[in-house]
Design a protein around this ligand. Structure first.
Ligand code: NDP
Ligand code: HEM
Length: 488
């Protein structure tokens, strides 16, 4: 028999009846187990993620299938056939932890690779670009996605007001409103690191790099009407699909590919390669295969392993670096700060976040420190020191120096950036006629109830992408209004 105990380990005789004064009598204060049960329950919830609160995740394996050691010395890529354990978490951005899965929204795509030289996290989305290019605007943008302070409802007016005043959002808005804005499941979407990162090789040469995860299951999407129908049946469609598929042994896969740009090319491209609202066209920088990610193990405890997972773009390993992308620079701060608030000081010591390689650092004490110190020696609690066995820095993993120059100023990022050409390529060349029609009607639906002045400002931008785009939305709005009148 597995004996029930208190948290202090003492066996419990009765877990059904509280301790009362007489059969009908009040409860005694000394019924400590009742008090503890209630107190624990009061502490079961932790703050949800401020964004990407609703998520689904699983463990898996990454296998290298192609040699990219000429670009990166990262040990994870050192040999074809090499395997690394990983954790993936997918999410929607705007909804709370209880939101329905099949809502139109950007999807988060986070992967934590437990490498032999530390955790490498790719914290991306299912889109290659983002709504804003300067982190100064991220909290404002997120406010438009969350609830209105008075109505406590989400506000289409706020969204379109912000987007129509921020033309850099047009590219991501076009993707969000296209078929790819509502995938059938996390297994039917691609992932993107989105930002430009960097690789450096053993000779110290740097390359700029973009990460792409191409799904093997095929792109599958729902229309808004199909999504609403699914939500009417289940609000947990993604959890059911991902958990059930992995449980059945049918393991979903993605091929990790990279686009690689030689360091000096960054000065030559017609677009800023560090601008998160832009892609690198495939014709200029083709995808290079790296390996395959397979998800093959469900979490045994959702809270401990998925809710407490802490992904951060700041988690990188030797051979992989950041880039000057100003959004990425802000994210390097933001995530670990969020984790300290959401999970606590030592969130990285939680089993799901703990690296699967030796960890040595000189951080000391702190709330809920259950590991003592990690310096390699009892007497070493400062550095430098002369204590035998104490952890020391390793200059061999230093990143090659990056040349940066410029005058400090607040440069207007809305001047000199072409916000229209890339969404135009998507609209004119990539989308099918049917895909464009669904794009127009999705935008028309999303604009319902938005004041005309804001709609017209937005339409002005869509016209600049392509007159056919603006006119397509106008026609879809007229058709929607007509259908609504007929229904009344
Ligand atoms: P390509 O024709 O080489 O590639 C088009 C890309 O668009 C493919 O990656 C395709 O994905 C993807 N795509 C197809 N439908 C949609 C959709 N509804 N929403 C988002 N992406 C979609 O063209 P370029 O590389 O020259 O890029 C042209 C435009 O395609 C870009 O301006 C951008 O909007 C979009 N795009 C480009 C990407 C890139 O990294 N270059 C990545 C994703 C989109 P798939 O092959 O899986 O079908
Ligand atoms: C989650 C901040 C832009 C993808 C989060 C969280 C914060 C945050 C604070 C919650 C973290 C946690 O509690 O664990 C920011 C800031 C951004 C930004 C400040 C811009 C400056 C982006 C971009 C992407 C992205 C551009 C994708 C390319 C994600 C994902 C998650 C997340 C996938 C969920 C991670 C998980 O699965 O746990 N973001 N974000 N974010 N963000 Fe961002």
């Amino acid at each position: 028999m597995t004996r029930l105990t208190t948290t202090a380990g003492a066996p419990i005789a009765d877990n059904q009846n509280s301790l009362t004064a007489g059969e009908r009598g009040p409860v005694l204060l000394e019924d400590y187990q009742l008090l503890e049960k209630l107190a624990h329950q009061n502490r079961e919830r932790i703050p949800e993620r401020v964004v990407h609160a609703k998520g689904w995740g699983a463990f898996g394996t990454f296998t290298v299938t192609n040699d990219i050691t000429q670009y990166s010395s990262a040990k994870i890529f050192s040999q074809v056939g090499k395997q690394t354990e990983l954790l993936a978490r997918f999410s929607t951005v705007a909804g709370e932890a209880g939101a329905a899965d099949h809502e139109r929204d950007v999807r988060g795509f986070s992967v934590k690779f437990y490498t032999e030289e530390g955790n490498w996290d790719v914290v991306g989305n299912n889109t290659p670009v983002f709504f804003v290019r300067d982190a100064y605007k991220f909290p404002d943008f997120i406010h438009t996605q969350k609830r209105h302070p008075r109505t406590n409802l989400r506000s289409a007016t706020a969204m379109w007001d912000f987007w129509s005043l921020s033309p850099e959002a047009l590219h991501q808005v076009t993707i969000l409103m296209s078929d790819r804005g509502l995938p059938v499941s996390p297994m039917h979407m691609d992932g993107f690191g989105s930002h430009t990162y960097s690789f450096y090789n053993a000779a110290g040469e740097r390359f700029w790099v973009k990460f792409h995860f191409k799904n093997h299951q095929g792109h599958k999407h729902f229309t808004n009407a199909e999504g609403a129908e699914v939500i009417g049946r289940t609000r947990e469609g993604y959890q059911e699909a991902l958990f059930g598929t992995i449980e059945s042994g049918d393991f979903p896969k993605w091929t990790l590919c990279v686009q690689v740009m030689p360091e000096m090319d960054a000065e030559k491209t017609p677009y800023n390669p560090f601008d998160l609202t832009k892609v690198w066209p495939h014709s200029d920088y083709p995808l290079i295969e790296v390996g395959v990610m397979e998800l093959n193990r469900n979490a045994d405890n959702y809270f401990a392993q998925i809710e407490q997972a802490a992904f951060s773009p700041s988690n990188k390993i030797p051979g992989i670096g950041f880039s000057p992308d100003k959004m990425l620079q802000a994210r390097i701060f933001s995530y670990a700060d969020a984790h300290r608030y959401r999970l606590g000081t030592h969130y990285e010591a939680l089993p799901v976040n703990a690296p699967k390689c030796p960890v040595h650092h000189y951080h000391k004490d702190g709330n809920m420190n259950f590991f003592g110190q990690k310096t390699g020696a009892v007497d070493a609690y400062y550095e430098p020191n002369s204590v035998a066995g104490a952890a020391k820095e390793d200059p061999t993993v230093a990143e090659p120096p990056l040349r940066i120059s410029g005058d400090a100023a607040r440069y207007n990022h809305r001047i000199g950036n072409d916000d229209y050409s890339q969404p135009r390529a998507l609209h004119d060349k990539v989308l099918s006629a049917e895909g464009r029609a669904r794009l127009y009607s999705n935008i028309a639906e999303a604009m319902q109830g938005v004041p005309e002045e804001i709609v017209n400002r937005a339409l002005g931008h869509f016209d600049q992408i392509s007159k056919a785009y603006g006119d397509g939305i106008r026609a879809a709005r007229a058709a929607l209004a007509g259908a609504q009148q007929a229904a009344e």
